[in-house]
Design a protein around this ligand. Structure first.
Ligand code: SF4
Ligand code: SF4
Length: 721
């Protein structure tokens, strides 16, 4: 008895010391990150919301369950470990008394049943994980495997350790049944089965097994606990914290303002020598950024959904986080050394790690390759999928900000876009004078805001640069204007006073140009007294609705598909002319994933008579990017398959007559891919890419009589002015 107590306590003390040292080291490393007071403030301000998030995401495993089979397996394992905390108490109690039972509940049959039920559940869970890992192994699937690049050896070891936890548990409980000290008379069905198997060995052997396997159970649990602190399974302990301090509702939508030392950076007062501009080294990340890195479970869900990775580019959101984490851990002795003298004494390998540029190609041994950094379309698929709420886009944007603002290192082809934004207020450099050309030839006048917006104007129509200046997008703009006019909705536009919202500048990392444009627009909008804005571009929508509040611009912003769907529902627009076509709808990332507008465009399509809607496999939350976001529209796509081609290949799989969407960027990207497919004979000549507003406009118009007479068909498909 004394010996087993001594062994049990010595094992516990040794494991506690090793784990505590590691956790202290991790904590100190996290403290080398920048402050993030806004995260703590948000938790203080919204305790009820955060409690609900913990309940749904941590205890309810909401995001994990989106992947049904691995989700259920994880659910069983997670809850198994929660319930089996009772058995750990019992194992420690058994060290001191063979007849130990948890006070109050230790003899209730249902407790024994529950423990065994979840023990079996964990076995089912790890068996499922084993099959998944074998079927989806990088050796079998190569780059397609979501585990490609993950530390698979550690994952197998953990599965084996979990198996040992359950195996030792059931063996010592089975032996206890045979020695007559098991606390549960009924209910513990799995333990009883094992007890039945062990029964022929006799009471003496079972007494030995009981002691040996109680100690083995504790040793495995303690070993597992220590291993967790040194592996990706650290997420068991810190994922709830990461979820707690993550942005709500998620890391999508708005980009965060640039912060230095925990404060929002003011460009007029910022000093490049003392302030932090984006992330130029690992210690420029906040403690929350470091927590993200340490929490990654290496599950590869993000990687499996990333359009860049799917089309052969070097960017994997998982590998980006892991590379940052590995670098942070390798540089940790340098960061924690405290003094220059102590740093001098560090091994050369640590000093070399400390000297690695955070972004740089193989010639300079950079942590993140520039091709990785600039491949991101900001589509948000990674953030959407991540079960532990890692904020990939924020990290990518912060890395880009440093490269653009301090290093002036970004794809050169994007520099004309930035110059045009600065000098002309739009990415093409066409200038304010051409912002109303789209309205030429309309048979009604489009009011232009000149001074405060009157009470008779319900909506300010934010046309956007593409909507005003790009030929294909102008058709959408005209269709929206016509539909609003037909429905009797009073609206006005800013015309020459509108400039780019700044989205492409912000997404490429040029926060300076973004602030300049955004401040100008907020000033214009506030002076005009804008309250309700309808935007046709999801990127403008996202910036106006989610980012301008950071600069004092607070408006009620609606996307044109939402407004049009409502007008149809209210009977103010009546689609009458059949559009006898099979149509597949492409979800724009900044409308769908970033802003959760999935149903309005589909509702419009449903209301158009004759339309046969056919979803692509990757749709709604899992929609696949067109390749334009994250300022990728303004960069060359030199590596791998083009993302727009991949998307169109998927669309062609539905054999559509038309592809619809709700974004001018998507319209252009998908239109280009369709043109290429037509040239190569892979798509029929009649295949079109249209905005749902164009589709609705076609149906709302009265059909032209066959002889061309009469009052019907007063408007033909609008052409750009
Ligand atoms: S935002 Fe999209 S493109 Fe960028 S890393 Fe995430 S999934 Fe990949
Ligand atoms: S970042 Fe999130 S989704 Fe990607 S591997 Fe890590 S835990 Fe999984």
């Amino acid at each position: 008895m004394v010996l087993r107590i001594v062994i049990g306590l010595v094992l516990t003390a040794a494991a506690a010391v090793v784990a505590a040292r590691r956790l202290r080291w991790l904590y100190r490393l996290g403290r080398t990150g920048q402050p993030a007071p806004e995260r703590i403030e948000a938790v203080r301000e919204h305790p009820a919301r955060d409690a609900e998030t913990q309940a749904s995401e941590v205890f309810g495993q909401r995001k994990l369950l989106k992947w049904s089979v691995p989700g259920v397996a994880h659910f069983l394992t997670f809850w198994g470990f929660i319930i089996l905390l009772l058995t750990i108490i019992e194992a420690y109690g058994d060290l001191f008394s063979r007849t130990f039972a948890i006070p109050g509940i230790g003899h209730w049959a249902w407790v024994g049943f529950l423990e065994d039920l979840f023990a079996v559940g964990v076995l089912v869970g790890i068996a499922t994980f084993t099959v998944i890992r074998l079927r989806n192994s990088p050796e079998r699937e190569g780059r397609e495997s979501r585990f490609s690049g993950s530390h698979t050896g550690a994952a197998w070891l953990v599965l084996f350790l979990i198996f040992l936890v359950i195996a030792t548990l059931l063996i010592y409980r089975g032996a206890q049944i045979n020695t007559g000290v098991f606390p549960y008379a009924h209910g513990a069905f799995a333990s009883q089965i094992v007890g039945h198997w062990l029964h022929p060995l006799g009471t003496g052997v079972n007494s030995v097994l009981e002691v040996v396997f109680i100690l083995a159970q504790l040793a495995v649990i303690l070993g597992f606990g220590v291993f967790v602190t040194y592996s990706k399974h650290l997420h068991i302990a810190i994922a709830p914290l990461n979820v707690l301090f993550s942005r709500r509702p998620n890391g999508l939508g708005a980009l965060q303002p640039m912060r230095s030392g925990g404060k929002v950076l003011d460009f007029e007062e910022a000093d490049p020598d003392t302030d932090i501009f984006g992330r130029g080294k690992i210690e420029d990340f906040t403690w929350k950024g470091m927590l993200d890195m340490a929490t990654c479970t290496e599950c590869g869900r993000c990687q499996s959904q990333c359009p860049a990775w799917a089309t052969g580019k070097p960017l994997s959101p998982k590998m980006l986080i892991l590379d940052l984490r590995d670098h942070a851990f390798a540089k940790a002795p340098y960061l924690l050394a405290g003094t220059d003298e102590a740093r001098e004494k560090l091994p050369d390998a640590v000093k070399a790690e400390a000297g690695r540029p955070i972004v740089g190609d193989s010639s300079v041994n950079g942590v993140i390759d520039p091709d990785v950094l600039w491949s991101c379309t900001n589509c948000g698929a990674c953030v959407e999928e991540c079960p532990v709420d890692i904020e990939h886009i924020d990290h990518i944007s912060d890395l880009r900000r440093h490269q653009v603002l301090i290093e002036s290192a970004f794809p050169t082809e994007a520099s004309s876009m930035l110059k045009n934004l600065e000098n002309k207020g739009d990415p093409w450099g066409m200038g304010e004078a051409r912002r109303l050309e789209w309205a030429e030839g309309l048979d009604f006048e489009v009011p232009v805001v000149d001074g405060p917006i009157g009470d008779d104007v319900e909506y300010l129509f934010w046309v956007g640069c593409a909507g005003a200046l790009e030929d294909r997008a102008r058709k959408t703009t005209r269709a929206i204007a016509e539909l609003l006019h037909t429905a009797g909705v009073s609206f006005a536009v800013l015309g020459p006073a509108e400039t780019c919202t700044g989205d492409p500048a912000r997404r490429i990392g040029n926060e300076f140009v973004f602030s300049m444009l955004a401040q100008q627009n907020v000033e214009t909008l506030n002076e005009a007294g804008a309250r309700k804005i309808v935007a046709s571009c999801p990127h403008c929508f996202n910036t106006l609705a989610n980012e301008y509040p950071q600069l004092g611009g607070n408006y009620e912003v609606i996307h044109h598909t939402q407004l049009l769907a409502r007008l149809v529902e209210e009977g103010k627009l009546t689609p009458v002319t059949p559009v006898e076509e099979k149509i597949t709808y492409h979800d724009p990332c900044f409308l769908g994933r970033h802003n959760r507008i999935f149903t309005a465009p589909r509702e419009i399509m449903e209301q158009v008579p004759g339309v046969r809607a056919q979803e692509m496999h990757r749709c709604k939350e899992r929609g696949f990017c067109c390749g334009a976001g994250g300022a990728r529209m303004w960069m060359e796509e030199r590596i791998g398959k083009r993302i727009n081609t991949e998307r169109i290949d998927e669309a062609l799989g539905t054999n559509p007559d038309t592809i619809s969407t709700g974004c001018p960027y998507c319209l252009v990207m998908l239109g280009d891919a369709v043109s290429a497919k037509k040239s190569s004979g892979e798509a029929k000549d009649s295949l079109e890419v249209v905005d749902v507003a164009q589709l609705l406009a076609r149906s709302v118009r009265t059909p032209v009589p066959a002889d061309g007479s009469g009052a019907g068909g007063t408007r033909s498909e609008p052409e750009p002015g």
